[in-house]
Design a protein around this ligand. Structure first.
Ligand code: P6P
Length: 340
């Protein structure tokens, strides 16, 4: 059977499920086209002078890779002229990016992590782009958009997704009607649907966490991981496998395709920070994907998409993936809280 392209899928969504206003369809097509450009640069690597770091830091205090900055510029330039956006926000920019007055403005707010997992770039491991779409508040239409307008909980997202630049280049997307995967057909230059209405497989028994932080975790997190490590000799009575790739996009994609659980929990190294990952453009969009695929996404206690943001770059603890496993982590944290 002939595979559908991203454009055909979006037109169907617009017609059939009325899930897709024309401006949102345009936004998704433009972001998808920008990800093709990012993929091209990622794939050139050293031959395109794309490897290595700049002597600059982003708002997170992280050394910026050349590709971090290039991917950010590709997304800004691709999106600012289309008339679909009110403003943009990025992991790589301290403040929001307003649409220049020479261009028309639309109703959507686009947030992105242009290259997630950038420490993998120079060692040729998978990296990705994560994006989240919100609608600007009604009252913002007559004035300049502010950072405050972005501070909406994740359940208000109208679309979210990621591109993963690995052996294949894939785009995974939800507009609230399930999760769909598209592969980049480089010969045709088009995104071709490879999976539809994806569901996270259950019972994988595989956890993804940075074990080097084990001594810093909360007791409830140590309890969950200790039981996984105890395998058939412990209370779970099953052996578990472990994965850690240094790229949230790669972990989440593996879980979406084959099951498991991903955790970057709060730890005592910087106890005032709720976690390492960012709420607005990492945890919320990935949480939307996980929930739309039958999974669960919490900060260890509460649903990530219910968190009311107070700052654009705020961090959050992350536990997401197979519902059954996430519920065990949540249960252990609730038991620890009630015992405290
Ligand atoms: P660590 C990449 O920098 C990232 O934000 C996520 O994509 C990834 O899961 C995590 O940080 C890796 O963190 O501490 O293991 O290097």
């Amino acid at each position: 059977m002939k595979r559908r392209t991203l454009t055909q899928f979006l037109v169907e969504q617009q017609r059939k499920e009325d899930a897709l206003p024309a401006q949102l369809r345009l936004l998704i097509e433009i972001v998808a086209r920008a990800c093709k450009g990012i993929s091209h640069s990622v794939n050139k690597g050293a031959l395109g002078g794309m490897l290595g770091s700049l002597d600059s830091e982003n708002v997170q205090g992280e050394v910026q890779k050349k590709l971090d900055v290039l991917a950010n510029e590709i997304l800004l330039e691709a999106n600012e002229w289309g008339g679909h956006l009110a403003a943009m926000a990025s992991e790589e920019m301290e403040t929001i990016h307003l649409i220049p007055n020479r261009y028309p403005k639309g109703e959507y707010l686009l947030l992105f992590d242009p290259i997630d997992g950038s420490s993998n770039i120079d060692v040729d491991l998978s990296v990705g782009t994560i994006f989240s779409v919100l609608t600007a508040p009604e009252e913002a239409s007559g004035r300049e958009v502010t950072e405050e307008d972005f501070l909406q909980s994740g359940r208000h997202q109208v679309a979210a997704g990621y591109a993963i630049y690995g052996p294949q280049t894939l785009l995974v997307l939800t507009v609230g009607t399930g999760v769909y995967e598209f592969a980049l057909d480089r010969e045709m230059g088009s995104w071709v649907m490879t999976e539809e209405r994806m569901r996270i497989p259950a019972g994988k028994r595989e956890f993804a966490i940075n074990m080097s932080n084990q001594r810093h975790w909360a007791p409830a997190m140590r309890r969950y991981i200790d039981e996984c490590l105890a395998g058939t000799t412990g209370p779970r009575g099953k052996n578990f496998n472990m994965r850690w790739t240094g790229s949230m996009v790669a972990e989440i994609h593996r879980i979406l395709k084959s099951g498991g659980i991903f955790m970057y929990p709060w730890d005592s190294r910087e106890p005032h920070k709720p976690g390492k990952l960012r709420l607005m453009y990492e945890a919320n969009p990935m949480g939307f994907i996980m929930e739309q695929a039958g999974g669960m996404a919490i900060d260890a206690n509460h649903r990530i998409m219910d968190i009311k943001p107070t700052a654009l770059h705020q961090r959050v603890g992350v536990v997401m993936g197979e519902r059954d496993e996430v519920e065990i982590v949540q249960k252990y944290h609730a038991e620890a809280a009630s015992a405290a």
